[in-house]
Design a protein around this ligand. Structure first.
Ligand SMILES: [Zn+2]
Length: 86
């Protein structure tokens, strides 16, 4: 059996398979905060599950900022808000 990498959602603290989470990463090469859609960008990451409550809480409470130690660009929040509409 292949081991599935698990990561914790920054809001609900539940463990999920890495692939099912939204990964926000502080890119190692330039320190820019981006949404990593393919899980290929190296850097310090924070994960959010697809639960709308979690996405909302993360936007509202600046949880990403605390996890990544950086100001989160507005575009990131906009992209997350778009996920709420889908
Ligand atoms: Zn969650």
């Amino acid at each position: 059996m292949k081991k599935i990498p698990m990561r914790m959602c920054v809001n609900c603290q539940q463990m999920y398979p890495k692939k099912e989470l939204i990964r926000i990463v502080k890119r190692a090469s330039d320190g820019v905060i981006v949404i990593d859609k393919n899980g290929k960008i190296s850097g310090k990451g924070a994960y959010i599950c697809h639960n709308k409550e979690c996405i909302r809480a993360v936007i509202k409470d600046n949880k990403l900022e605390r996890h990544l130690g950086n100001k989160i660009p507005d575009e990131i929040y906009k992209e997350l808000e778009e996920l709420l509409i889908e």
